[in-house]
Write a protein that binds this ligand. Structure first.
Ligand SMILES: [Zn+2]
Ligand SMILES: [Zn+2]
Length: 353
């Protein structure tokens, strides 16, 4: 099967890889329909996300059709449309039993598209408990956003929000946009900060009418002018900008960091105590946020199709990542002003809607 194989940093090839498609009694085989390219995929390719195992097929934001079910699968039928929860958990380790399934001790060896074969190919098999049926009115295309949206909803649950708060989302990439759309769907408004001028037209088209777009800290504070110009909540999806914003955090302010980038900032612990500041980090999804994500996409509360700018066949994977700013030929990662979410379609599935 033709798949996108990670062989090591900057070494990703669209190549044939044999995969054992035999399923266990509790497993399901799906025919992949389409799979979104995620920032994590780009971090894997550039060597920044070291959990990836060489030889693995990448791709984890995936949807498909059930084509075979194991004998003990109780809830799925052949022909059903499903989305995959790619974050493996065992259910019985210390982390799983203390409501931290996203940090399961077995995850590092079994994470779909990172350390076990993912979905930038034709078929994918997984345990039935990691599959969710798609509502009839939800397209495969929009359903590819279920996993990133479920991570966003998990992050939002860390925060204590109020509709009168000044909320800032840093970064106008897919995650920043999903944060702003999910918050808008829940009745909150705020500012998305995107400092690349060339990318702003993309962001403008997607954000909710109640949300504002700023290019920098000053522009952000200007939006809040008259409310004390203080920021109550910072959600940093970029991993680069949070430090400047800390100086403008209000008392009781909250910071949520979700970028998988190394950035060290000095923080005064006395300030954290004296001003009741809270810091949160969030990765992957928890607490039934997959079901909530499916509902928000299916009922149109989140206009998922606005984020999907391209669909490309798997054999054009190098071109797809180039649209996202990553050039494999010269091993360079540049600012991206051409795309938001790109979906990859397996060989033979190019015409699926
Ligand atoms: Zn992802
Ligand atoms: Zn576990």
């Amino acid at each position: 099967m033709l798949g996108v194989v990670y062989n090591g940093p900057w070494d990703v090839k669209v190549q044939d890889k044999k995969i054992d498609l035999t399923i266990l009694p509790d497993e399901v085989l799906i025919k992949v329909k389409m799979t979104g390219i995620c920032g994590t995929d780009l971090n894997i390719i550039t060597g920044k996300y070291e959990a990836a195992l060489p030889g693995t097929i990448l791709g984890h934001e995936t949807v498909g059709e059930v084509i075979q079910i194991g004998e003990s699968v109780p809830n799925l039928q052949v022909g059903e449309r499903v989305v995959v929860d790619p974050t493996y958990y065992c259910g019985h380790c210390r982390f799983c039993r203390t409501n931290r399934k996203n940090h399961c001790e077995s995850k590092t060896q079994l994470e779909t598209g990172v350390s076990s074969d993912g979905a930038f190919t034709n078929y994918h098999k997984t345990k039935y408990s990691f599959l969710y049926k798609l509502p009839d009115n939800l397209s495969y295309e929009v359903a590819t956003l279920t996993e990133p949206l479920s991570c966003v909803l998990t992050g939002i649950k860390c925060l204590t929000l109020h509709t009168a708060m000044n909320i800032v989302v840093i970064g106008g990439g897919p995650m920043g946009l999903l944060y702003s759309l999910a918050l808008a769907a829940k009745g909150y408004s705020g500012v998305v900060v995107e400092n690349q001028i060339n990318r702003q037209h993309l962001v403008k088209d997607v954000i909710d009418p109640k949300w504002r777009l700023a290019t920098n800290l000053k522009g952000t504070l200007d939006v809040f002018d008259g409310t004390g110009t203080q920021i109550d909540v910072v959600i940093d999806t970029s991993g680069c900008a949070v430090h400047d914003y800390l100086h403008h955090l209000s008392r009781g302010g909250q910071v949520l960091s979700i970028a998988l980038k190394q950035q060290v900032v000095g923080i005064d612990l006395g300030w954290i105590a004296d001003e009741s500041i809270s810091f949160y980090g969030s990765i992957d999804s928890l607490n039934n946020s997959f079901n909530e994500a499916l509902a928000l996409l299916a009922n149109g509360a989140i206009p998922g199709s606005k984020l999907i700018t391209h669909k490309l066949p798997v054999r054009n994977f190098h071109q797809a990542v180039k649209l996202l700013g990553l050039s494999l030929e010269d091993k360079a990662f540049r600012a991206c002003d051409a795309a938001i979410k790109i979906l990859v379609q397996p060989e033979g599935e190019e015409n699926e809607a």
